[in-house]
Design a protein around this ligand. Structure first.
Ligand SMILES: *Cc1c(COP(=O)(O)O)cnc(C)c1O
Length: 465
């Protein structure tokens, strides 16, 4: 093992050094991947030196998500404290189903969940768990909503025509989960949004009323805290009022921006959160822990148990259920995702988490100011979002993003809202400075000057019209 750790240390040092010089890895077209890299698996073993060589080639060829040139997804950066926790979780390899197998680590998970509940304003009757990602925590919420609506479904299966509601801008896990839960993709109602991308509560109310009239049973409303493209926050309070009126479960999908609960300045975006039934957020997004670190909490913990407990005598042999988190989990064996979050939180305190969140909004302000003050840019997004959406010189966003990646300059993605397609620049890496944000624009502008002829710019404009 000592030798493997030394190999790890050496690979890590090589990677960290190279990232500084080459923040974007050389692009390998997918159809050339197996020609450019030896990923083959054969019958005979290889010696350790060759093995190390192969590992190094692989590590060096992988996309770099921790540098100041990665803005492609809703995560980024590399928080050293959280990475330390993650490495320890791998080393310890506790499975988070029982106190017997995970011991002190159960305490780590419990304390993180307890603190999150406390911050929301929930008492001891609230609890939560970790799952493998935001899609899965959203899935858990839908299952709990379904079972809370009719507890017999767990045994008899789905027999009623149920419906769920979410905004047209929400995450694609909602229709997938409707399919998994037996509710059905056709029974997802997509509620329109206003011009800043937030669900319109009166439209929700209309949709629910109509379904009831048509003989459907509305079971859940999904509120998005940070929509995938614009980073918009649905209005929790107003949507909650509609849900309470019709007695429908309300879940807040905060996978992207739910971590604003840690910020005095930005938690107003989730005003009324204490009244919802369930809430999920990804610490691997705004908090910056390694993937994945996804939390769901419920106001009344009985729902976790009702939907996810299953007696298994071979497994649950000791200790109080309170210390056997397998009783409230989607999985059986489960990796320890809490430790990386705890390791970071322990180090920086709740105030430190707040700083991480606030800094991302500051970086977004810098980016928005830049876009507003430069006439070659057009801005599509709004204040208080860490997704800064814009176009540059009317060039197709898709063209720019693809070429930037192929030339190993920057990794950034594009998105669409209503009629517009644009570059979506996400300032989620809290290790970036204001200068890193300005460097992004400089690189973008230099790249366009070098790689886009006047002709291409014209062509791009025409493609749009
Ligand atoms: C990222 C995201 C998800 C999915 O989370 P995963 O961890 O990627 O499964 C769900 N909802 C929203 C709003 C997201 O941004």
């Amino acid at each position: 093992m000592e030798k493997a750790l030394a190999v790890f240390q050496s690979l890590a040092s090589d990677l960290l050094a190279d990232e500084k010089v080459n923040p974007v890895v050389d692009y390998i077209p997918a159809d050339q991947l197996f020609d450019q890299l030896d990923l083959s698996l054969v019958d005979q073993p290889i010696d350790d030196e060759t093995h190390l060589q192969k590992l190094k080639e692989l590590v060096m060829a992988s996309p770099r998500t921790a540098t100041n040139a990665f803005f492609n997804q809703l995560y980024g950066g590399r928080n050293e404290k959280a990475v330390l926790g993650e490495l320890l979780a791998v080393l310890l390899n506790n499975s988070m189903y029982t106190y017997k197998a995970a011991g002190a680590q159960v305490g780590v998970e419990k304390i993180v969940l307890r603190k999150v509940c406390e911050i929301i304003g929930w008492d001891e009757s609230a609890d939560g768990t970790f799952a493998t990602g935001g899609s899965m925590t959203n899935f858990m919420s839908m299952l709990m909503a379904r079972d809370a609506f009719n507890s017999k479904i767990r045994f008899a299966g789905v027999q009623q025509k149920m419906t769920v509601y979410t905004s047209i801008e929400s995450h694609y896990s909602i229709p997938k989960n409707a399919s998994f839960s037996g509710i059905g993709r056709n029974n997802v109602r997509y509620i329109p949004v206003n011009k800043v991308g937030e669900m319109i509560p009166s439209e929700l109310n209309k949709a629910i009323a109509k379904d009831i009239e048509d003989g459907f049973y509305p079971v859940m409303v999904n509120v998005t805290a940070g929509t995938t493209v614009l980073g918009a926050f649905d209005n929790v309070e107003e949507i909650d009022a509609v849900c309470k009126k019709h007695s429908v479960w309300i879940h807040v999908d905060g996978a992207y921006c739910g971590s604003v609960i840690f910020s005095e300045k930005y938690k107003h975006h989730l005003k009324g959160l204490e009244n919802v039934d369930s809430f999920s957020f990804n610490a691997h997004k705004m908090i910056g822990t390694p993937l994945t670190c996804s939390i769901i909490v419920v106001k009344d913990k009985k729902h976790l148990r009702d939907s996810f407990a299953n007696d298994a005598e071979y497994l649950f042999q000791t200790d109080e259920d309170e210390f056997n988190p397998g009783k409230t989990s989607l999985q059986c064996g489960r990796r320890n995702d809490a430790l990386k979050f705890w390791t970071l939180w322990k180090s920086v305190g709740t105030k430190g988490l707040e700083k991480i969140v606030d800094h991302q909004f500051d970086l977004a302000d810098t980016a928005r100011d830049y876009v507003r003050n430069h006439p070659d840019y057009q801005l599509y997004s709004y204040d208080d979002s860490i997704s800064v959406c814009f176009n540059y010189k009317n060039i197709s966003a898709k063209d720019i993003c693809t070429k930037l990646n192929e030339h190993a300059e920057l990794m950034v993605g594009y998105g669409r809202f209503q009629e517009d397609e644009f570059i979506r620049f996400v300032t989620i890496n809290a290790q970036n400075s204001h200068d890193d944000i300005l460097l992004f624009f400089k690189k973008l502008e230099n790249f366009v000057a070098e790689h886009f002829t006047e002709l291409e710019k014209d062509k791009s404009i025409c493609e749009k019209c």
